[in-house]
Design a protein around this ligand. Structure first.
Ligand code: SAH
Length: 265
């Protein structure tokens, strides 16, 4: 029986991102899990094998999801256009992220999807999402499974989240009016550009004074991801950084021009 095209829904801006999937069968099962719940946008980051006959077999007809899947060779481009990124993790990691249940995550994602692309990440079967990958997320999602046996099969985890999303989409009141927020929220790529600039500016003003920059950068990352700045706010912040860099250059030029070197009185 030919499969009818999916219904267009508010879930169209929601991208399921599978990172480093080892078994192609899990990609197929995840596609099936998505399609049953009206999710169609799949992005794959470094899959071990794709396309693959096992993926197609386990998709059980959800070939349209697999055919349209985008394949990326790193996480960054896979989420560059997304302004809300949540990562599913079975365990609490070293990264202190706000953590949501599947139902809470579904509400957050649906509300944000009304304004543009959003992403929900799933990690590799063996190791899950790395700390580095979670650092790029606004929040984590944990299925409150039995703590003595909390790791679901990848496609099963996709199914649980897809069901929460569908339930929320079927019952949710319409998303808040975009009037409440006129500027588009910053995307992951814009935020990463800002973090790189912040890193350079902190070095330029000698903020670290010999200490390792890593901890403070992680904390600042958390602060700005939590604040979800919009594009105009990010432009202001980058303007401040550019001025700080300019002043640091002027100060160092003045210091080296002054007779007797850079000593301050
Ligand atoms: N062995 C890995 C788990 C991998 S399971 C670990 O211990 O971290 C594959 C993926 O399914 C995970 O990366 C996560 O995205 C999702 N997943 C599995 N169980 C989950 C749970 N209880 N809550 C949230 N996501 C889960």
């Amino acid at each position: 029986m030919p499969i009818a095209p999916p219904e267009p829904t508010m879930l169209d801006n929601l991208h399921i991102v599978l990172v480093g999937t080892q078994h192609p069968g899990n990609i197929g099962s995840a596609a099936r899990a998505m399609r049953t719940m009206g999710l169609t946008r799949l992005r794959l980051v470094c899959p071990a094998a794709f396309p693959h006959p096992e993926a197609s077999a386990l998709a059980a007809g959800a070939d349209d999801v697999l055919d349209a899947a985008a394949v990326h060779d790193s996480l960054e481009p896979a989420i560059a256009d997304c302004h809300l990124v949540l990562g599913c993790s079975a365990r609490r990691r070293g990264v202190a992220l706000p953590t949501f249940t599947p139902d809470e995550a579904a509400q957050e994602l649906l509300a944000a999807a009304a304004q543009g692309p959003v992403a929900l990440l799933f990690g590799a079967e063996r190791s899950g999402l790395s700390n580095d990958e979670l650092q790029r997320c606004h929040g984590a999602v944990q299925i409150p499974a039995d703590p003595t046996f909390s790791s679901l099969n990848l496609a099963a985890a996709v199914q649980v989240l897809a069901w929460s999303l569908r339930r929320a989409a079927l019952t949710e009141a319409p998303a808040p009016s975009p009037e409440l927020r006129r500027e588009p929220p910053a995307t992951s790529a814009e935020l990463e550009g800002f973090f790189a600039h912040l890193d350079r500016a902190l070095v330029a003003i000698d903020f670290h004074k010999g200490r390792s920059p890593e901890t403070v950068l992680h904390r600042l990352r958390r602060l700005f991801l939590r604040a979800t700045p919009d594009q105009r706010e990010l432009r202001i912040l980058r303007g401040i950084l550019a001025d700080a860099e300019r002043m640091a250059r002027l100060a160092s030029a003045a210091g080296s021009a002054r007779p007797g070197g850079t000593e301050l009185e």
